[in-house]
Design a protein around this ligand. Sequence first.
Ligand code: WQD
Length: 351
Amino acid sequence: MKKILVTGGCGYIGAHTVVDLLENGYEVISIDDNSRSSTYLLDGIEKITGKKVKNYKVDLKNFDETLAVFQENNDITGIIHFAAYKAVGESVKEPLLYYENNLFSLVNILKCVKEFNIPHFVFSSSCTVYGNPDSIPVTESSPVKKAESPYGATKQMGEVMVEDYTKVSGCNAILLRYFNPVGAHPSSLIGELPIGKPQNLVPAITQCAIGKIKQMMVYGDDYPTRDGSCVRDYIHVCDIAHAHTLALEFLISKKNQSACEIFNLGSGNGITVLEAIKAFEKVSGVALNYKIGPRRPGDVIAIYANNDFARSTLNWDVQYSLEDMMQTAWNWEIKIKKDEQLMNTQNHVLN
Ligand code: WQD
């Protein structure tokens, strides 16, 4: 059984990818320092797959501790590198935190790839590398423009670092540029666990609908779009997860034409914020309490993917609709509330 190392395996996209890898016959280990995640999703992975995944609680900025994981697992076939901070707004306020965490971690992982001659590497990138595109939909050859945030800059630099390393090694890599991953596993056993007030649209919607947030803000309805709100390409997290398994298989079967390939992972549909809210209200039956506020600095007006290359080359198909994304996100929010109520009851009984 081929062993895959997933960094950030306790995180939102990481956990969903671990499930997909296990369901496709891979052995998986995780490195996650749980600074922005918890082992809660590991429990969910075990419930879904029946398999316990070992997570090494290691800070990837600590090279010696990271190397020790590779010394203990010298049969790693491939690596999927998710571990990074990803809050756009926070990165603007704390650029050095983002450059140190996201880039030092990547350098250390690549040094281990070199030390152990790991042949296959998949890098978690983002459509944010395109900035405000001149034309949409964007293809993989659309220009990479000046990053709108330090977070986006770390993704741009990360892509360059990985590509440069493949030029001087036998390692082959794939850069996956996600658009907006949303939703949760259909089992509602794993999903997104935002820390603090959610920055991203869909968790903000579901937390508002369930009452965790009193009112949700729509950041601007005066953009040059069909209804004035920003356009994004929402893609179900399970579709994103399966693309990682396909990307690894693509590398393992040596189908790649170059040492470093890039793929857009988006649904190919541009949806406005107000349309996303309407889709949520339709599937949940909840009238969302939101109001229109000022634009959010750094927001791209409109972006969505041309996903032809990923669909044709990786044989990747988008399985989940916008309604599925909203339904699974809502089911997950309801599930978390029940777990919190259960834990509060248990704590109450214990105290
Ligand atoms: C989407 C739209 C907001 C919250 C970022 C990163 C990207 C990825 C996902 C990591 C925008 C609007 C949001 C709210 C709102 N990050 N919005 N009210 O900014 O497109 O992408 O997060 O992988 O790399 O760039 O996602 O969900 O934050 O915003 O109106 O409470 O929803 O203005 O137009 P974004 P988002």
